[in-house]
Design a protein around this ligand. Structure first.
Ligand code: FES
Length: 124
């Protein structure tokens, strides 16, 4: 995995917050149209903030790493803040991605936004 940053390798080898959540307040599953990889995001929301994000990802090392990195970083964020997290910011946060792997950061950004949208629908 020489083409990956130390951050990508760390999150891939030691994923944070992976696994299923009981009765999430919001959840979404997205599939990457480029490669078919999938990510499920589950959220616990408390007082308008993300108390916990858990995820299940079937995909490549960057998909696993961006899932893990995102789950750590959005903890404590307001929903509005989390909705502004872009795939570019995620890719930058994990130390960049090789050109042919840039699409891998789409999963985490999209799944998070859709899980928040699911929460908003449930509580509307
Ligand atoms: Fe599919 Fe990376 S190759 S998300």
């Amino acid at each position: 995995m020489a083409a990956y940053s130390d951050t990508v390798i760390d999150h891939f080898e030691n994923p944070r917050n992976a696994g299923e959540m009981d009765s999430p307040d919001g959840e979404a599953t997205v599939r990457n149209p480029v490669c078919g990889d999938r990510m499920q995001v589950m959220l616990r929301i408390e007082d308008g903030r993300i108390a916990k994000m858990q995820w299940l990802t079937r995909g490549c090392p960057p998909a696993i790493a961006t899932s893990s990195w995102t789950s750590e970083h959005v903890e404590g964020w307001t929903l509005a803040e989390a909705e502004t997290l872009t795939r570019e910011a995620i890719a930058e946060g994990i130390g960049g991605l090789p050109k042919d792997k840039v699409h891998c950061s789409v999963l985490a950004a999209d799944a998070l936004k859709r899980a928040i949208a699911d929460y908003r629908t449930r509580t509307a």
